[in-house]
Design a protein around this ligand. Sequence first.
Ligand SMILES: Cc1cc2nc3c(=O)[nH]c(=O)nc-3n(C[C@H](O)[C@H](O)[C@H](O)COP(=O)(O)OP(=O)(O)OC[C@H]3O[C@@H](n4cnc5c(N)ncnc54)[C@H](O)[C@@H]3O)c2cc1C
Length: 388
Amino acid sequence: MTAPSSSTWSTQKIKITIIGGGIFGNSAANNLIKAHPSYEITLISNRDYALNVMASHRLVVDGFNSKQVTRPLSSIINNKVKIVVVQDITNFDDKSTDIISMASNQQINIPHDILILATGSIWTNPILTNEFGANLGQMDQYVNEQMEQLKTAKKVVIAGLGFVGIELAGELGHKFKKELGTGQKKIICVHPSDSVLDENYKHSIRSSIKDYLSEMNLTLMFHDVALFDESDPNTVILRSSNTVIEDVDVFYNCTGPKPNLPPTTLQELDLSNRGFVKVKKTLQTLNYPNIFAIGDINNVPGKNMNYREEHIQVLKQNVHAVVTSNKSGFKDYEAKEKALGISIGPKAGVGQAPVPVVGTIKVPDMLVVMYKSKTLYTDKLNSILGKI
Ligand SMILES: Cc1cc2nc3c(=O)[nH]c(=O)nc-3n(C[C@H](O)[C@H](O)[C@H](O)COP(=O)(O)OP(=O)(O)OC[C@H]3O[C@@H](n4cnc5c(N)ncnc54)[C@H](O)[C@@H]3O)c2cc1C
């Protein structure tokens, strides 16, 4: 597959389509239009608002309201970018995207020279963000349903204590402190290894998180895998110990995100085993030089919000290199280890940071609380959502 030649492009306006009005897609749109005001950029999203996914668990646990974690897309995106809110994308390929327009309820074809996929991941209930709906009314309805379910639940099982499972457990532990203390509510967290997270994290981090969660009266079970029993919605089976947990009101499967890829007829779009879009170091898809994938939808190590700036710089340069057919103008993406913080409710958190020569160190918990746990970035909402 080859991109159109520069001579084809020189006679017309370059058309760029970005699919996904989230943390990466918005930033890509604003940065590209700023660098190249002559490009015709269309941002396609299935919502008319942008959401700070990183605060979505506190939203459903009743710690934030929807205004604190969202902004209308139109207030975030540069007004030279065309925003199209869709009911559905029915297909995309290397030439165009087919959508059902929300405004006209009609099937429309949007042609592009360059396509940027930024549709992110599907997380788990209760933060199944792809179910949040097209507008704030629908989102509030979903959030209220989840909130109500959580309030009345007596027994909750969380499968998986990766960072999302931990953060969700921390929000629940904080919100239902009293009920957990009196035994009115029970929250059981099941994880396959001997501690939370995995060996890629420092031992001190893992044991510190374990302590925080235990102090919140959460029940922690290690060396096991929790499976939802399809035949009985109130039963969870622990695979290794063959234990049955009965009377479960809510089961949250926090065993990792799934890719949120719209339908496509492209035969040679290479996907990883888990379905994420494989990209080269240039962030171009393997077989389609005019299709890029950024953020959670791609398969590079180091692709979360922390790495947005690096993604965008590489994208900006490489889109230009494709447009100008400048083979030596490409830049490679490299993810260096960065500081990270995991919140455990609004008042606790742990983190680690790489320090030259010394290696990775645990950072003081208070720094994580100040920088992340307290606000989950709602204090920087515009910039988190991609406004520049
Ligand atoms: C609880 C939690 C805490 C986190 N904390 C951190 C943290 O501290 N630091 C960090 O770096 N990362 C963190 N992350 C990860 C971070 O949120 C993601 O890396 C980031 O949101 C990825 O951005 P994105 O633009 O790729 O996807 P998203 O932000 O999910 O945006 C995707 C967008 O695409 C749209 N979309 C999806 N499908 C379609 C479709 N078919 N058609 C049109 N539009 C579509 C969606 O509506 C959405 O607007 C956290 C995640 C969670 C769940």
